[in-house]
Design a protein around this ligand. Structure first.
Ligand code: ZN
Ligand code: FE
Length: 257
């Protein structure tokens, strides 16, 4: 079995689109559909027919293209059971713990409440690929809009046990701002210092900074490092729970300039 072909591209202002294609079966999925025209243009470039959309959550910048893409390609939309009513054109509803078969591979679904109540992530273990939507970003995490801080902490924390080589595809290019915040709460982290140099160079050239890997995030993402002694000392939260540290980090990030 050959590897899936993954094409990531920017759309809207800072959304990531990803087209996943299997050359053997022709199965082709768009991870979310921020913009039908941008997704269509990417498909046409490589002469591909869209067969599926994997929807992570109901926000406009992730579902805006659903209906148009369905009209154009007759594709099936697979999305979150817990907010199915808010997903335009949804055909197949899935939830955490579900595994479905796509292009001859297992796709595992994670529940990720927090950013939205029904947010899900898609994981293809055989490809070491996680499609995290707006749950985990490079060195950051999504805003907690609908769920609780505790829920969001669980949602982020569950990815820490995935193989470190797993690629993390996320919903947005927010890397530079996230990196600045990460450095502010863990200034002595060498991996973070190094990553900030790489990211600055990539952005200066207009390049995408993602996908990263679980290993990268374990080393540099403060929201996955709530047990870091340095972060805890800086926050004066040495005896707090990881979930409490997470909540404080998320609060501080909301007002960080
Ligand atoms: Zn969102
Ligand atoms: Fe988003």
């Amino acid at each position: 079995m050959s590897h899936l072909d993954m094409r990531q591209f920017m759309c809207r202002s800072d959304n990531y689109g990803v087209i996943v294609h299997d050359s053997e079966t022709g199965a082709t999925a768009s991870i979310d559909a921020p913009d039908a025209e941008a997704v269509e243009a990417e498909l046409r470039k490589f002469g591909r027919q869209l067969t599926h959309v994997f929807t992570t959550h109901h926000h406009e910048d992730h579902v805006a293209g659903n209906l148009r893409l369905k009209e154009l390609f007759g594709c099936k939309i697979i999305g979150p059971k817990n907010e199915a009513a808010k997903i335009p054109g949804i055909d197949i509803a899935v939830a955490g713990g579900d595994t479905f078969s796509w292009a001859g591979r297992d796709v595992k679904v994670f529940d990720c409440p927090g950013h939205t109540k029904g947010h899900i992530a898609f994981h293809i273990p055989s490809e070491y690929a996680l499609f995290a939507g707006d749950t985990v970003f490079a060195m950051g995490c999504g805003r907690v809009n609908e769920g609780t801080m505790e829920e969001m902490w669980h949602s982020v924390n569950q990815f820490r046990t995935l193989p470190p080589v797993t690629y993390v595809y996320c919903g947005h290019e927010y890397t530079e701002a996230n990196c600045r915040f990460a450095l502010s709460v863990e200034p002595a982290n060498r991996d973070l210092q190094q990553r900030s140099i790489v990211v600055a160079a990539q952005r200066a050239k207009g390049e995408m900074t993602c996908p990263s890997t679980i290993g990268d995030e374990l080393r540099t993402n403060p929201f996955m490092r709530c047990d870091s002694p340095d972060i805890r000392r800086l926050l004066q939260m040495e005896t707090a729970t990881d979930a409490e540290v997470f909540a404080e980090l998320r609060h501080q990030k909301n007002s960080f300039k």
